[in-house]
Design a binder for this molecule. Structure first.
Ligand code: SF4
Length: 129
């Protein structure tokens, strides 16, 4: 087992950490990489405590988001705003990234799959953007 701390997702590291060889490789990491590894694993553990909303709640969230988008004239964000939002989401405990795809993931707070960051009228459900 060899892992790349920078490319591995929180979920991958969480699963690798259960394997006996993990400790040996972990101890060889730099202090900064050890911190990064621990924070990624903690992020995944936190996501397990925050499951996505139930289908009914998700439907309500989507319909509200679509109404807000329509009221705003279906405007999209520019790249700068999108990048800022994604930076916040990627650091958020509710963001669950798809393995190997840093810009694809799901917010377990609202249940959105990452399209909302591109919609200008969207808002973070906990007010982070
Ligand atoms: S939309 Fe808000 S709550 Fe959801 S992942 Fe992004 S920052 Fe976190």
């Amino acid at each position: 087992m060899v892992f790349n701390i920078h490319k591995s997702t929180p979920k991958e590291l969480f699963q690798l950490a259960k394997q006996p060889e993990f400790t040996k490789q972990f101890l060889q990491l730099s202090d900064d990489d050890k911190k990064l590894c621990i924070s990624k694993i903690k992020k995944y553990e936190d996501s397990l405590k925050n499951p996505p909303p139930a289908p009914r709640e998700l439907l309500k969230n989507v319909s509200h988001a679509l109404m807000d988008w329509a009221k705003d004239g279906f405007k999209m964000t520019d790249k700068e705003l999108y990048d800022k939002r994604m930076e916040v989401c990627r650091a958020c405990k509710y963001w669950n990234e798809m393995p190997g795809s840093p810009l694809i993931g799901r917010c377990s707070k609202c249940g959105c799959y990452g399209a909302k960051q591109k919609i200008r009228a969207s808002k973070c459900p906990i007010g982070l953007w």
